[in-house]
Design a protein around this ligand. Structure first.
Ligand code: ADP
Ligand code: MG
Length: 360
C-alpha cells in the first residue's frame, strides 16, 4: 500500500457567503520513502492539500488514506505524520535540546531514551555541538535544522514540509536542499515537500505533482516533467520555454506542420490535430541549434529564420534572443565546447532548428 493516498479530494472554502474551491478532485498516491513535491504557483492549493494530509483541514469531498487507513475525522495528533512550517515555530525560552525533546517528553518516554534519541537526531541534522544553545543564538539555517530535528524525533512515517526553505537566502537555501535530501535518505521516511520553486523541486524530488488553480497538471519524475511536459503550463512553469503559436497547414502520420508565422517549417508530433487548428508549442532553449546556413530540410528537422537581437556570453554557454520573421522572440542556449566563440553576433540573420520530438 502507498504511504499516502488522496482519492477525489476536494476543498471548498466558504467566506462571506462566497464559496471558493481551493482544491478540485485530487488523486495522488505517494510511495513509502518517496521524496514527493507539490509544486505550483502561489494560491494553487499546495498548503491546503498539505493541511488536509496533516488533518488541520477536513476535505469537503473525497478521502485521504495513510498506509491504507482512512483518515476521515482523525485529528492531527493521531496521524502518523509531522509538519515543518516555514516559520520554524521554535520555543525561544528553551534550548535546542529541550525544543527537540518536547514532543517525546509529552509522550512519557523515559529520560534516558529521550536523551539518546535527541542526541542522535541532532547529529543527523548536523547540530551535535549546539544542543545547549537557544534558538536566537543560531543562524536561520540552524534554526531550520532544529525544527526538522523536532519533527523527525518522533519517528513519524511521513514528514510534511511547507516551503521550509523559503525564508533562507539563496546560498543557504541551496546548501539546505542538499542537506534535506541527505537527511531524508538517512532517516528513510516519506517526505511531502511543498514549494513554488521549480529548481528546488527538480533537484530534490523523486516525483513531483505540478498543480495549477487547484488541479493536477501532471505527476512524474523530474526528468519526465522537464523532457515531456504534457501541458503548456508545465512546460512554461518548469524552466524557460519558448512558446510559439500557429495554424496547422498539413497533418499526416501523427505529425502536424504548422505555419508559425516564421519562414520555415515547424513540425509537431500530435495524435490530435486537424488542418486549420491553432496550436501552441514550446521548445526548450537548449534543444535549439543556431546556424548561419539553412539546415537540411526533410521531415526530421524543424527550422525557422530570424535575426539575433541579443547575445550574452556566460562562460560555459551563450544565450541568444532571436526575433523570428513572424515577430516572436525565441531564446536559444548554446553550450560552449573548448572554444568559447559564439556562433553568431547581434544583427546576424540565422536559422534555428530542432528535432520535431522537441516541439512539445
Ligand atoms: P498555496 O499554498 O499553493 O499558495 P493555498 O492552499 O494556501 O495555496 O490556497 C489556495 C487558495 O485557497 C487560495 O486562493 C487561498 O486564498 C484560498 N484559501 C486558503 N485557505 C483559505 C481559508 N481558510 N479560507 C478561504 N480561502 C482560503
Ligand atoms: Mg502555501
Amino acid at each position: 500500500t502507498a504511504a499516502i493516498n488522496l482519492r477525489g479530494v476536494e476543498k471548498t472554502f466558504v467566506a462571506k457567503n462566497e464559496t471558493f474551491q481551493a482544491v478540485q478532485r485530487l488523486d495522488l498516491s505517494i510511495g513509502e520513502g518517496e521524496f514527493f513535491s507539490l509544486l505550483g504557483p502561489s494560491g494553487c492549493g499546495k498548503t491546503t492539500t498539505l493541511r488536509m494530509i496533516a488533518g488541520f483541514e477536513e476535505p469537503t469531498a473525497g478521502e485521504i488514506l495513510l498506509h491504507g487507513q482512512n483518515m476521515v475525522g482523525v485529528p492531527p495528533y493521531k496521524r502518523d505524520v509531522n509538519t515543518v512550517f516555514q516559520s520554524y515555530a521554535l520555543f525561544p525560552h528553551m534550548t535546542v535540546e529541550q525544543n527537540v525533546a518536547f514532543g517525546l517528553e509529552r509522550k512519557r518516554i523515559g529520560k534516558a531514551e529521550v536523551r539518546t534519541r535527541v542526541g542522535e537526531m541532532l547529529e543527523i541534522v548536523g547540530l551535535g555541538e549546539r544542543g545547549s544553545r537557544r534558538p536566537q543564538q543560531l543562524s536561520g539555517g540552524q534554526q531550520q535544522r532544529v525544527a526538522l530535528a523536532r519533527a523527525l524525533v518522533n519517528r513519524p512515517s511521513a514528514l510534511l514540509l511547507d516551503e521550509p526553505l523559503a525564508a533562507l537566502d539563496l546560498k543557504l537555501r541551496q546548501a539546505m536542499q542538499v542537506e534535506l535530501k541527505r537527511i531524508q535518505r538517512e532517516v528513510g521516511i516519506t517526505f511531502v515537500f511543498v514549494t513554488h520553486d521549480q529548481g528546488e523541486a527538480l533537484t530534490m524530488s523523486d516525483r513531483i505533482v505540478v498543480m495549477n488553480a487547484g488541479l493536477i497538471e501532471q505527476v512524474g519524475n523530474p526528468q519526465e516533467l522537464y523532457e515531456r511536459p504534457r501541458t503548456r503550463f508545465v512546460a512554461g512553469f518548469l524552466g524557460t520555454s519558448n512558446i510559439m503559436e500557429g495554424k496547422v497547414t498539413r497533418y499526416d502520420d501523427g505529425v502536424a506542420l504548422i505555419d508559425a508565422g516564421a519562414d520555415g517549417r515547424v513540425l509537431v508530433p500530435t495524435d490530435d490535430a486537424a488542418v486549420g487548428d491553432r496550436i501552441t508549442i514550446s521548445v526548450r532553449p537548449e534543444k535549439i541549434v543556431l546556424s548561419h546556413d539553412e539546415p537540411p530540410a526533410g521531415d526530421r528537422e524543424c527550422s525557422v529564420q530570424g535575426t539575433v537581437e541579443e547575445m550574452v556570453y556566460l562562460g560555459t554557454s551563450n544565450t541568444y534572443e532571436v526575433r523570428l520573421n513572424g515577430g516572436e522572440t525565441v531564446t536559444v542556449l548554446e553550450q560552449n565546447g573548448s572554444t568559447a566563440d559564439a556562433t553568431a553576433v547581434r544583427g546576424d540573420k540565422v536559422w534555428l532548428s530542432w528535432r520535431p520530438q522537441h516541439s512539445l
